[in-house]
Design a protein around this ligand. Structure first.
Ligand code: ZN
Length: 416
């Protein structure tokens, strides 16, 4: 079986120019004695917006791996796929994020729900799971309600999983099941039932991405109750360890946090929980290397700065259209967005400082950052003009990309 490492970290490389700079961060961490497997993720939606093919992600990653002499594993994540979109990812991905959020809450066959309840009397009553803060107390009606809500999603996961396994071979794929792109978070007792449902479907998942409590907006920090997140995260770890023993799921099954990038205030909580339990984690980030490209181009000045200002001006004019597909994962206060006339007078340093995510920096602007995060389509439209500038300013851009991943994400997650 192709096994995902204990620690893995997903990066997005929208324009396929930063794989080397991203991999350099993993190499720095390796020198610190911490092995984290790189996973390049790009969703079908991103490919559609940019007009790229999944193979380009594999090619860019492979070139980086060769150039830097990376000898450990690396993976290509077909991010948020379903039965309709998975096929174009089949030949170039080994990690598949099976997204079944759309089936949550849709009715399953009543007989299937009853059969599940008959198979799993152990889910009813007071459940004393080692590591869970307060024992779960569930009635038959509770289990029935949760099973009915998630059964169709689990069956979908089974269908997609078998489709991929038939094409690739079950031992040559890493399966993740994601349920994060939905309205309500999944509680730890619900997670246990979901894992039982997936085990019954024979899905050999190695990671599961629930929706956690709180807001996971793109490119900015967590908004929510940290105490509640900590309790939920630790309970989820305990539930997973229990489900592995109880239902024979893969021993390396771990949580995948679809972070949307930059959840700095969660990193110490996650680090502490992993150290305490010995659990693994997959942290998926959201293509924010594209923002580091803008930051680098702004700092480079000249044509790079000029294009960055143009992209901002265009984004501001098309704010509704750009934000619509991401409405549930951004919170932009438009009164904090400076006019393009104002931004056009800025130095490259000021623009870079506004976008670079250093909490507490007086020039940091989370609203501008979120807007530009969802504006990568504009750079895609600029085509060669944009990518030629990336090549011409490779060094300054790469420095931003590596530092961002290593200093602001990896160190706080895995070191201190
Ligand atoms: Zn996600």
């Amino acid at each position: 079986m192709l096994l995902l490492e204990r620690f893995s970290f997903g990066v997005g490389d929208r324009f396929a120019h930063q794989a080397k700079a991203q991999l350099a961060a993993f190499q720095k961490l390796e020198k610190d004695g911490i092995h984290v497997a790189p996973v390049w993720n790009k969703s079908n939606r991103e490919h559609t917006f940019i007009g790229s093919e999944p193979q380009s992600v594999f090619d860019a990653a492979q070139a980086a791996v060769r150039e830097l002499g990376w000898t450990q594993h690396w993976h290509i994540d077909a991010d948020h796929i379903n039965l309709k979109t998975v096929d174009r990812f089949m030949s170039c991905s080994d990690f598949f994020t099976i997204d079944v959020a759309d089936s949550i809450g849709k009715p399953a066959a009543p007989a299937d729900v009853q059969a599940f309840l008959h198979r799993h009397p152990e889910l009813v009553g007071v459940l004393n799971i080692p590591g869970v803060a307060t024992p779960f107390s569930t009635s038959l009606a509770d289990v029935e309600r949760v099973a009915a809500k998630y059964l169709l999603a689990a069956q979908d996961a089974g269908n997609i999983y078998r489709h991929i396994a038939a094409a690739k071979g079950e031992d040559k794929l890493i399966a993740e099941v994601s349920m994060d792109e939905t309205d309500l978070p999944q509680t730890p007792p619900e997670l246990l039932i979901i894992l039982a449902l997936l085990a019954d479907e024979h899905v050999r998942l190695q990671t599961i991405a629930p929706k956690f409590t709180g807001r996971f907006n793109k490119g900015v920090d967590y908004v929510g109750d940290l105490v509640q997140f900590e309790k939920e995260f630790n309970d989820d770890l305990a539930v997973i360890a229990h489900a592995v023993r109880q239902y024979g799921l893969p021993a390396n099954l771990k949580l995948s946090v679809h972070s949307g990038s930059d959840k700095f205030s969660l990193y110490p909580i996650i680090r502490k929980a992993l150290a305490k339990t010995g659990a693994g984690v997959h942290i998926k980030t959201a293509g924010t290397s594209w923002l580091e490209e803008l930051i680098g181009l702004a700092e480079a000045g000249g044509d790079g700065l000029a294009l960055t200002k143009e992209i901002y001006a265009y984004a501001l004019e098309h704010v509704d259209e750009l934000c619509a597909p991401y409405a549930s994962v951004i919170d932009i206060d438009r009164s904090h967005l400076p006019s393009s006339a104002a931004v056009n007078t800025w130095t490259g340093l000021k623009l870079a400082n506004s976008l670079r995510h250093i909490p507490g920096h007086p020039e940091f602007n989370a609203d501008m950052r979120q807007l530009l995060h969802v504006s990568f389509k504009i750079a895609a439209k600029a085509g060669r003009r944009y990518t030629d500038l990336l090549k011409a300013n490779e060094e300054i851009v790469a420095k931003q990309v590596t530092e961002n991943i290593y200093d602001r994400h990896m160190r706080p997650l895995f070191i201190n």
